[in-house]
Each structure stands twice: as C-alpha cells, then as structure tokens.
Design a protein around this ligand. Structure first.
Ligand code: DC
Length: 224
C-alpha cells in the first residue's frame, strides 16, 4: 500500500500518544510526538532562564537548537543539541511552560519548519494539536481524538501517580487550564480540521480506537 501521512490532533489526555504509537506500529510507520518538540524548546528555555514571553530570546534560542528523534535501545529518544532529554520533559513545570511557549509565533515558526522536514517522505503518524489544520493541511488522513474532561484527567492521573503527589482534582484543573490556553490562543488554536474524522475515546479501548482508524485509512486509501 502507498505510504500516507496521517495526523492525530486533540486535547491532552485523549489517548493520542498511546493510539498514535499503536497505529504507527500497525502500519510500520514512523511516529512523531510534536508535543515533545514544544517540550524540548520549553526545557531549553528553562535551562537558559528565559521568560515565556521573551520572543527575542526565544528566537535566538530556537536558532541554536538541533532537535531530533533517534531510535535507540529504549525506543525513540528525544535528542536536543546532542543531549538525550527524553526523561526530563514530562514534569508539571515543563508541561505548563510548553503550553505557554507554544503560543509564541517565533516558536511555532521554528517548529513548523522542523515538522515539515520530518514529514517529507510520508509513512509518518504525526501527533499534536495543529497537525491537520496548520502544519499538514494536505495530510492523507486526519483524525481528531477527544474524550470527556473527567476521563482525560483520570488517564493523566493514573500515568502520574507513582511519581508525584498531585491529586486528581489538581490534574483536572491543570488540564482545563491547558485546554483553555491551547484552544484560545490566536495562533494555530486547538480545533478539529474540517476534514478530520472525529473520534470520542471516552468509552472506547485503545484497540477499538486503533481498529476504527485502520478501517478509515483503508477506506480512504481505497478512494485514492
Ligand atoms: O502533547 P503535549 O502535552 O506533550 O504538548 C505539550 C504542549 O505543546 C501543549 O500544551 C500544547 C503544545 N503543542 C502545540 O501547541 N502544538 C502541537 N502540535 C503539539 C503540542
């Protein structure tokens, strides 16, 4: 079958990462987590003591950043300027900072170019917020994955618990704040592309979501 470019957008906790990885595995495609790219910029901004709204400093920072996904013994690793930062970008602080810097045009412009390069050979599943609307409007198949706020908070909480003391209510509050940041920003706000297939994963298993996506992809590639 001809290699396609597939996008999966949606809010935090909708199951995008698990589903995107499983889908890429089933199709033998590359998986790109674009949220990790925003987190990498946030991590470097923090390391350099930058303010989230200092566009000049952020632009300078981005121009010196080399970010790549490299397949290693422990799966895909995020390498930034030769340093493996995979395990450093999932803290609550970097999560909120990534949301803040993702509203800055200089950061989006930098990552737009990087993401386009990563998608040039197709055979890729891109997970993010604006993949189908802004970065790859020409994508072959677009999905928009959502779930109820409560279910998304529960999923995030279950992922976090062994590592932190945050409560479910706090996770839900952070999630709502991020939803608000991500969907009300002027630039590339989180919203479904007009031609996206919408899936609500609240009452679905990962397997059911992936099966539904595969059925859509087969149907769409039959139409081509
Ligand atoms: O998917 P994530 O939680 O790792 O994403 C971190 C932040 O990056 C999120 O708050 C929104 C932003 N982001 C974005 O604006 N555009 C993308 N394509 C991916 C993530």
């Amino acid at each position: 079958m001809q290699k396609l470019l597939i996008t999966i957008d949606g809010p935090a906790g909708a199951g995008k990462t698990t589903v995107s990885k499983a889908l890429a595995h089933r199709l033998e495609y590359t998986y790109i987590d674009t949220g990790a790219l925003y987190r990498a910029v946030a991590y470097e901004a923090k390391l350099n003591g930058l303010e989230a709204h200092d566009d000049e400093a952020l632009e300078k920072l981005c121009s010196g950043l080399e970010i790549a996904f490299v397949r290693g013994d422990q799966g895909l690793r995020l390498i930034c300027n030769q340093v493996d930062i995979t395990n450093r970008i999932r803290t609550p602080e970097i999560t909120m900072l990534a949301s803040a810097i993702s509203a800055r045009p200089v950061v989006r412009r930098f990552l737009f170019g990087l993401q386009r390069k990563m998608g040039k050979d197709k055979g890729v599943v891109f997970e993010g917020r604006d993949m189908g609307t802004v970065v790859f409007p020409e994508a072959d198949v677009k999905f928009y994955l959502s779930a109820s706020t409560r279910m998304r908070a529960i999923r995030r909480y279950n992922e976090l618990v062994p590592k932190s003391e945050i409560t479910l209510e706090e996770v839900e509050k952070d999630l709502k704040q991020r939803d608000k940041n991500d969907s009300t920003r002027d630039l590339a706000p989180l919203k479904p592309a007009e031609d996206a297939v919408r899936i609500d994963s609240t009452d679905m298993s990962i397997q059911e979501v992936v099966d539904q996506m595969i059925a859509c992809i087969e149907e769409k590639s039959g139409e081509k």
